[in-house]
Design a protein around this ligand. Structure first.
Ligand SMILES: [Zn+2]
Length: 136
């Protein structure tokens, strides 16, 4: 819990702006910009990219800790805890990627739409038919 703003609903619960607005890339990028832009610009892209890579490493660990092999070796409660951590690591990776897009002045919604909105960039199909040896 790191909500320090008096941004609460009448219930006293912290307002979840993304839940209220609908979770979209545009809303998320705007929220990240509002929360962190000044700090992100001061830190700069190289240092911010290092944070992204650290978070990618943490996502890798979280994926390993929740693999089917690991799942058979831990208690259901432990697995649930690990799944919650995995979920948070996905959010962190997306947040740091979004931060870099803000500093680099990239509109992520437009970037995604331009690249993937008309289908697979390789084969232009909505269900990819690229040969397996190709990346997608
Ligand atoms: Zn394809």
């Amino acid at each position: 819990m790191n909500n320090q703003k008096p941004d609460t609903e009448t219930s006293g619960e912290p307002a979840n702006r993304l839940a209220q607005q609908g979770v979209s890339i545009e809303a998320f990028q705007g929220l990240i910009r509002e929360m962190y832009f000044e700090k992100d610009v001061a830190r700069g892209i190289p240092a911010t990219f290092m944070w992204l890579m650290e978070e990618v490493g943490e996502l890798s660990s979280a994926l390993r800790e929740t693999s089917p092999e690991e799942a058979t070796r831990v208690s259901p409660a432990e697995l649930e805890k690990r799944r919650a951590n995995l979920s948070a690591e996905f959010a962190d990776v997306l947040a740091w990627l979004t931060t870099i897009a803000n500093v680099a002045e990239i509109d992520l919604g437009k970037a995604i739409s331009d690249k993937y909105g008309s289908g697979c960039p390789g084969c232009q199909e909505f269900i990819c038919v690229c040969p397996d040896e190709e990346k997608p």
